[in-house]
Ligand binder design. Structure first.
Ligand code: ADP
Ligand code: MG
Length: 240
């Protein structure tokens, strides 16, 4: 579903990604972790073509991002992305947040978009909040709306960038529960997160990044059992 091949990226003189290679199979759940500044956000933004890269290639569902003929907007509309800070439109109701891209990007009718949006809003347990504005919801509720909004686009895979790290601790689980459900349903997911409970329960593989490099890319059991690199061992010792 996602192939990342020898990707390198620079911000000016600063190399933020160095020769990153990995792949995500259909239905696979990958957790990406590593210290702050190691390039995790940059890597998943590259997968969604929100950031350009200067070397290597990324192929999503058979479409090469470096091919000038690729329609990047079309690709983005099929890849769901959930950010740390929810990124809902504050001046729109929950329903409007759920429907606008379905209508404007996918060309769905108002009724169809509404029906689909409400279906996913129900799935994240928030049907009663359809006419509220984001500011009237808790952080955990806003993040669940953001997940429902992404799902309403019928994504072929979902990318998460620290979806729970801006939340108060008591709200973390309500968001993780939704992600666990999705994983169990077979959604292909690439999740930047330090929630190792989530990683242990649903991840197939764990990628550990440090200084722009993929230092470890291992089956979950191997990663938690005996991380090969000293850096991953130190990191795990700190967060567990
Ligand atoms: P992580 O998500 O692992 O914390 P990031 O991918 O956000 O790391 O950032 C990796 C490195 O790239 C950091 O050193 C950060 O300061 C730098 N960086 C991120 N975005 C930019 C940018 N737009 N311009 C310059 N440097 C950036
Ligand atoms: Mg980040």
């Amino acid at each position: 579903m996602i192939e990342i091949k020898n990707v390198s990226k620079w911000y000016g003189q600063f190399q933020v990604l160095t020769d990153c290679t990995t792949s995500v199979q259909k239905g696979e759940v990958i957790v990406v972790c590593g210290p702050s500044g190691s390039g995790k956000s940059t890597l998943i933004k590259c997968v969604n073509a929100l950031e350009p890269f200067q070397a290597g290639d990324i192929v999503v569902n058979g479409t090469s991002l470096s091919d000038p003929k690729t329609n990047l907007n079309n690709l983005r509309s099929h890849v769901g992305m959930v950010f740390q800070n929810f990124e809902l439109f504050p001046h729109m109701t929950v329903t409007q947040n759920l429907t606008i891209a379905q209508e404007k990007v996918l060309g769905r009718s108002k009724d169809e978009a509404r029906e689909k949006g409400l279906k996913f809003l129900d799935r994240v347990g928030l049907k009663a909040h359809a006419e509220k504005f984001p500011g009237q919801l808790s952080g955990g509720q806003q993040q669940r709306v953001a997940i429902a909004r992404a799902l309403a686009m019928d994504p072929i895979c979902m990318l998460f960038d620290e979806p729970t790290s801006a939340l108060d601790p008591e709200m973390v689980n309500e968001v993780l529960d939704v992600m666990v459900e999705l994983a169990k349903e077979g959604m292909t997911m690439m999740c930047v997160t330090h929630e190792m409970g989530f990683a242990r329960s649903v991840a197939h593989r764990v990628i550990f990044m440090d200084q722009g490099k993929i230092v470890e890319d291992a089956a979950k059991e191997d990663f938690f059992g005996t991380p090969r690199s000293e850096r991953a061992q130190h990191f795990l010792a700190k967060i567990l």
